[in-house]
Each structure stands twice: as structure tokens, then as C-alpha cells.
Design a protein around this ligand. Structure first.
Ligand code: ADP
Length: 274
């Protein structure tokens, strides 16, 4: 028998003990049950995300097979739509693999010095090409400090914040990237003048597949996993994500890193001299 009371689930078993006696075994299976629910939801979400593109690709393939007289232009249109859906599935699988690598306990964080100013400059150039000239993108470097960590992971986390800003900001909007130090912390922030997020959604944004507007996310190629990846990368660097936003005005996503991750420029210079 299992019984639930005030958020705690107990599994109770009565087993024979000796000739005449019975033993009552009670186990707290709350965590087990929660893990099982998370696993089930995750499988359901992934299946749902894969089903839509697969249905579209299957449908177009059927049309191509059935319709003998499709002209070249129509055929190309169908092919293009199938290719878009295939890219969507590839993107989803890549994000799933990234998340699973980040969660794997064997995957120890490398502790290399990462030149953040150079990294964000590169990302800023990439953002400009991602936006296709539709936004005004600027970069403010208020600190020249580096971080200790994994460049590949930091690139992926910062890249996700930037691509979100591009995807959720209308044409003509502004996107500002900034690298700065405040108190003991180093902060990479992405500020946009996009659609903004209402307060009730903010605490849930880093949950896998949580989206404020499903169709908008999918239309722009979102997998619903970007901020979950950001959260993992930051927690592996003892960092945290802060979000401030106002509907209709825009959002600021800040990745904050503690003092023990920061390599000050003076330390870099003395290393070079040594
Ligand atoms: P997605 O692939 O859907 O963008 P994310 O995990 O990256 O998934 O983001 C989760 C949700 O947070 C998005 O679906 C979107 O609703 C919201 N969001 C993320 N970044 C922004 C932003 N800069 N402006 C407005 N909404 C955002």
C-alpha cells in the first residue's frame, strides 16, 4: 500500500516474520515518486516535441509520393519545409545531448582561464549575423576580467541568452550585451527591448520545455531547453541567473559569477611577466 500525507508518500508493506509474527515496513518514497514524475513528464515532452515535425515531414513525403504532377517549384517548397522540420529536430536532439552531458556526474568541469571580453566580442559579431540586421546590437565592456571555467559551456550559455534576445525582440529593437563587475561579482548581461515577460512566469523559465508562448517559441526555432542549459552551466560555475522584465518594455538576463571564479586582469599581467 502507498499512502500520501502532507506531501510525503510512504510505502507500507506487511511481511511474514517468523511463524506467527508479521513485520510492518514503512519506506519514505517521496523522492522516488517525484523523480518518476519528472522522468515521465520529460519523456512525454520530448515525444510531443518530436511528433510535430515528424508528422509534418511524413505528410509532405506522402504528398510527394501521391502527387505525380507536382511541378518543380512545388516540389522544392515541400522539400524546404521538410528540411526546416529536420533542422528543428536536429536542434532539439543537440540541446538534449548538451543537457544530458551537463548533468552527467562523470563530466567534471574544466577550470581553464576563459577570456570573457574576447568571447563576448565574438558572440556580439555572431549576434549581428543572427539578427540579420534587424536589431541594433551593442556591447559594453566595463571589465577586463576573465573567468575560471569551461569556455565551451560559457559560450553555449551566453549564446542562448543572446539568441533569446534576438528571437523575442521585434524588428528595430535594441539588444545590449555587457560584461561588468559589481561588488564581488562578475556579470554578463543581455538587455533587450523585446516583448518582456510577466512576473508569474519568471520563476519557471529555466524548467525544461517551459515556454511563455509556445507558438512564438516554435516559430522562431526554440526548443524550450535554452534556459535550462543556461541554468546548468551557471550552477556548474557556482553562478546564478537573474531576470528582470517588464511586459512590452523588455528584459534583462544576467549571468552572475562569484569572486572565486574571477581572474583579475592584474593577475593575468603578472602571469605573463612571470
Ligand atoms: P525557447 O527555446 O522556447 O526560447 P528557453 O528555455 O530559451 O526556450 O526560454 C524559455 C522561455 O522564456 C521562452 O519560450 C520565452 O517564452 C521566454 N524567454 C526567454 N528569453 C526571453 C526574452 N529575452 N524575452 C522574452 N521572453 C523570453
Amino acid at each position: 500500500v502507498s499512502t500520501r500525507n502532507q506531501g510525503v508518500t510512504l510505502s507500507i508493506q506487511l511481511v511474514p516474520y517468523g511463524d506467527k509474527q508479521k513485520l510492518l515496513i514503512s519506506r519514505d518514497i517521496t523522492l522516488l515518486e517525484q523523480t518518476e514524475t519528472i522522468r515521465r513528464d520529460f519523456v512525454a515532452n520530448v515525444s510531443h516535441e518530436m511528433r510535430t515535425p515528424l508528422t509534418v515531414v511524413g505528410g509532405f513525403l506522402e504528398t510527394l509520393l501521391d502527387m505525380e504532377h507536382l511541378d518543380k517549384k512545388q516540389t522544392r517548397q515541400h522539400m524546404q519545409l521538410m528540411l526546416d522540420q529536420t533542422h528543428r529536430m536536429q536542434h532539439l536532439v543537440e540541446d538534449l545531448l548538451t543537457l544530458s552531458r551537463l548533468e552527467s556526474e562523470q563530466n567534471v568541469l574544466t577550470e581553464d582561464p576563459v577570456n570573457i571580453p574576447a568571447l563576448v566580442e565574438k558572440l556580439c559579431d555572431e549576434a549581428a549575423s543572427l539578427s540579420g540586421g534587424q536589431h541594433k546590437i551593442s556591447l559594453t565592456l566595463d571589465s577586463d576580467c576573465w573567468l575560471r571555467g569551461n569556455e565551451h559551456e560559457l559560450r553555449s550559455a551566453f549564446g542562448n541568452l543572446i539568441s533569446n534576445a534576438v528571437r523575442y525582440t521585434h524588428e528595430g529593437g535594441n539588444i545590449t550585451l555587457r560584461w561588468a563587475q559589481k561588488g564581488d561579482e562578475a556579470i554578463f548581461s543581455v538587455q533587450d527591448t523585446g516583448e518582456g515577460i510577466s512576473p508569474q512566469h519568471i520563476p519557471r523559465l529555466t524548467e525544461r520545455f517551459y515556454r511563455v508562448d509556445r507558438s512564438r517559441s516554435r516559430e522562431t526555432g526554440g526548443t524550450g531547453l535554452g534556459l535550462a542549459i543556461v541554468k546548468h552551466v551557471l550552477s556548474r560555475h557556482q553562478g546564478k541567473l537573474e531576470v528582470t522584465s517588464e511586459v512590452g518594455k523588455g528584459s534583462t538576463f544576467s549571468a552572475c559569477f562569484p569572486a572565486n571564479r574571477i581572474i583579475k586582469s592584474s593577475a593575468l599581467i603578472s602571469d605573463e611577466i612571470a
